[in-house]
Ligand binder design. Structure first.
Ligand SMILES: [Zn+2]
Length: 66
């Protein structure tokens, strides 16, 4: 499963590559903000928490993809 959360920059510019992507392996979920490089990871059991962090980051990230 993968999840994409658009950032504030995407909202402002319409550039849909400005996003935090969340990907999972069998044990952990990983969030990565494509434009600014912010990362966070957590056990897959806590994916909801990771999504919350990613959402919080995305809401205030104005970096644009290069
Ligand atoms: Zn970011």
């Amino acid at each position: 499963m993968s999840t994409r959360i658009l950032t504030r920059a995407a909202e402002l510019t319409g550039n849909r590559n400005a996003a935090v992507d969340i990907q999972d392996d069998t044990r952990r979920s990983y969030a990565r903000c494509q434009p600014c490089g912010w990362t966070r990871d957590h056990g897959t059991a806590y994916r909801e928490q990771l999504i919350k962090w990613a959402q919080e980051h995305a809401d205030q990230c104005t970096a644009l993809p290069s």
